[in-house]
Design a protein around this ligand. Structure first.
Ligand SMILES: CC(C)(COP(=O)(O)OP(=O)(O)OC[C@H]1O[C@@H](n2cnc3c(N)ncnc32)[C@H](O)[C@@H]1OP(=O)(O)O)[C@@H](O)C(=O)NCCC(=O)NCCS
Length: 166
């Protein structure tokens, strides 16, 4: 299912066919250092992650993390989407791109489309951004989306305190 298209990008639901790309993205150093090590080490793990993560989220909440691909070549570039945080009772925007697709404005282009989708199609009342204080690229992106620092929150599942932008 296609969620949105922008001049350069198509944003769509993940499927089981995206496990090879997911394996690559989740093992990129910037993903592991800035988000988490999801322990995905082979295509089977990646498929399990997709089924229990994004695909389950579509079924449970009606949204989740989406795959971002080039609109013409259909090359997979990254992920961007909406994550429901049960412990905070908030929906946050998440994003991660392979290094060769960073620094070209793709993440901002995808995130703007996802926020538009969240407010206008899903009718969500509020979308926040969560990031560690050290993640300058993420903070920069959230600022370009018009989000501002609101407070520091604790994520019990990760046992980590993060900055919440709204
Ligand atoms: C966070 C992340 C997605 C940001 O990606 P990014 O490519 O730096 O973000 P953007 O899409 O905003 O692009 C940034 C730069 O592209 C440049 N750029 C080049 N061509 C551009 C274009 N056509 N349009 C817009 N910007 C363009 C801009 O100069 C911009 O930098 P600036 O804002 O300092 O001017 C990326 O660093 C990443 O994947 N990190 C690992 C995962 C992660 O940390 N996720 C967040 C967890 S909270």
């Amino acid at each position: 299912m296609i969620v949105a298209e922008t001049p350069r990008l198509r944003i769509r639901h993940f499927t089981a066919a995206d496990s090879q790309f997911t394996l690559q993205l989740l093992n990129d150093a910037s993903f592991i250092n800035n988000i988490a090590d999801r322990g995905v080490r082979n295509e089977h793990d990646a498929l399990q992650y997709l089924v229990e993560g994004p695909i389950k989220s579509y079924q449970t909440y009606g949204y989740g993390l989406y795959l971002v691909e080039h609109v013409e070549s259909a090359e997979s570039m990254g992920m961007c989407g909406l994550i429901y945080r049960q412990d905070l009772q908030e929906t946050d925007i998440g994003f991660a791109f392979l290094p060769q697709f960073c620094g070209q404005g793709y993440a901002t282009e995808a995130a703007k489309a996802v926020i538009h989708y969240g407010y206008h199609k899903l009718q969500l009342p509020r979308i926040v951004g969560l990031t560690s204080a050290a993640n300058i690229n993420s903070i920069n992106l959230l600022s370009k989306l018009g989000l501002q620092f609101e407070k520091t929150v604790m994520l019990p599942a990760q046992q980590q305190s993060v900055m919440l932008f709204s």
